[in-house]
Design a protein around this ligand. Sequence first.
Ligand SMILES: C[S@@+](CC[C@H](N)C(=O)[O-])C[C@H]1O[C@@H](n2cnc3c(N)ncnc32)[C@H](O)[C@@H]1O
Length: 358
Amino acid sequence: MQELLLHCRPGFESEAAAEMQALAGEQGIAGYAVTADGSAVVRFVCPEEGDAGRLMRKLDFRQLIFVRQWALGSWLEVPAEDRISPIITACAKGPIASQLWLETADTNDGKALAALTKKLGRPLESALTKTRFVRPAKAEAPRLHVFFDSGERLFVGWSWANNAAAWPMGIPRLKFPREAPSRSTLKLEEAWHHFIPRDEWDSRLAPGMTAVDLGAAPGGWTWQLVNRHMKVTAVDNGPMAKNLMDSGQVEHVQADGYLFKPKKPVQWMVCDIVDKPARSSALLSRWLTRGWCREAIINFKLPMKQRYREVMQCLEHVQDALDAADIRATIACKQLYTDREEVTCHVRVLHAGSYRVQ
Ligand SMILES: C[S@@+](CC[C@H](N)C(=O)[O-])C[C@H]1O[C@@H](n2cnc3c(N)ncnc32)[C@H](O)[C@@H]1O
């Protein structure tokens, strides 16, 4: 029987499970999650034949917060002497794929399987191409995921490029830019990859745009904005990296980010201040409803307990504030690979009844 295999950050299995359970319930599809703490994967089992696939088709992957990647398929026991034949037999029962992704969980146990997946990669790929279960020319075909739980237990599943993460295990391989002053620079870059389609970067992250970075020091996020040739107001009492200030594109304002008001509306507000999520969502709502920015990216740092509920409450508050101000916007939220005890929220204003700048 088919089920969904969900990847998540280790330690966030119950959040991913709660999220999928709630969404399946909204769709009227019966299912239950199987989790193990720290395993970085969740099984979502739908007892009714065909329901797991139906659930995957009905859900928009972009609305999933704690799920990094997913695949529809089933489990397989494989003997150590010949792992390839049972995989080929399983593939015969599924769709033709455009490419093969070998995956493990994002855990130490998963990493320990890297040597095995590396050894198996070439021969498996060649067997799948020969049997024509993988055809690289069929770009629109799904990706075949072969997930190793151990050397003997695998999950063989499929995901569709238009409704799944673009990377195996949902982990983008981003290169740390040497000139950036902090590693958290990758967080903003990953957020853009996740929330903004690549073909819209030139218009939505355009040279000459204005941006405010709240809690900016030492400047990892500001570096990304400067790298897109934006003019940035960096708000933080802490010091900004000298190379950023030398770029001439950054104004450093030493002030409290919660009290700061831009002189003119800006295209982008980004915020990486570590605070209670309710305070961050109130800050976000204020910027949007006062028309101070068109797009925003903000981190919600999560408490230890009730993390799923807390995120949903924050998103509801933002949505309520937008509704009350008659502003149409898209709200999205994701626990990115670079997010630890936090999630990243993106809002884009599509239409505002009447903008007020206060
Ligand atoms: C996680 S760091 C930001 C890192 C930054 N995004 C980067 O990529 O380099 C959080 C920053 O928020 C600043 N901060 C904390 N409370 C603040 C507040 N109320 N107003 C402005 N900045 C604040 C801290 O000084 C700290 O530099």
